[in-house]
Ligand binder design. Structure first.
Ligand code: ZN
Length: 213
């Protein structure tokens, strides 16, 4: 059922559970992350954040707040460089820099990794495994960027969430992300009966059970 388990990759939870795993990439961003933390706190929801280490170095207090609120924080990349444009040594260096930046800020070694653009290189994956990182992709995206990232579109995709989904969202605005739309749609969705029927957890809920490092 989990053919990639030996490489510590996952992209979906179990359909038989009620958990949904909201994930927010590319932050922290002081324009959006504090509002998102407020929304999650109002609904007593735990989520996961895949952060950019250069933004973490710029806003370490936001990272600490996120961790103290009980959310999971994983490595995304340093500056969102495309993994395939980096030389292998650069990709390795980037992963290690992120690991240490995050560990220094939170006081805990990170355990989750999502490569930029979800692009996996085998050597990077091996490196992530050596650092005991679980690589987590997603099976559902709200597509909160570009031409598809309208409020109606993001809201419709949120309404279609199913138990076991790992959901890609964004709380920062590099490239064409639309975090303002994400936050508005999420706030409305969390007030619905559908959202009340789901249980939202951080990814550590899933990875702790699945992987034995
Ligand atoms: Zn990203």
């Amino acid at each position: 059922m989990w053919p990639n388990g030996f490489l510590n990759i996952t992209s979906r939870g179990r359909r038989s559970e009620s958990q949904v795993y909201l994930t927010f990439d590319d932050g922290p961003d002081p324009r959006f992350t504090p509002s998102l933390l407020d929304i999650l706190a109002q609904h007593q929801i735990k989520a996961s954040f895949f952060v950019l280490a250069d933004a973490c170095a710029a806003y370490p207090e936001l990272v600490r707040q996120t961790a103290e609120a009980g959310h999971d924080i994983g490595i995304h990349s340093y500056s969102h460089a495309h993994p395939w444009r980096l030389r292998q040594a650069e990709a390795r260096e980037e992963l290690h820099r992120c690991y240490h930046t995050l560990a220094n800020i939170t006081g805990n070694p990170p355990s989750l990794f999502r490569p930029a653009y979800g692009r996996i290189r085998p050597a990077t994956l091996q490196e992530a495994r050596a650092l005991q990182l679980h690589t987590v992709l997603w099976n559902r995206s709200v597509i909160d960027w570009g031409a598809w990232g309208t409020l109606a579109g993001v809201s419709r995709r949120l309404a279609a969430l199913k138990p076991g989904d790992i959901v890609l969202m964004h709380d920062a605005r590099p490239d064409t992300n639309r975090p303002e739309t994400t936050l508005t749609a999420l706030q409305s969705f969390l007030n619905t009966d559908k959202a009340a029927s789901l249980e939202f957890s951080g990814l550590s809920h899933l990875t702790k059970k699945r992987f034995r490092n």
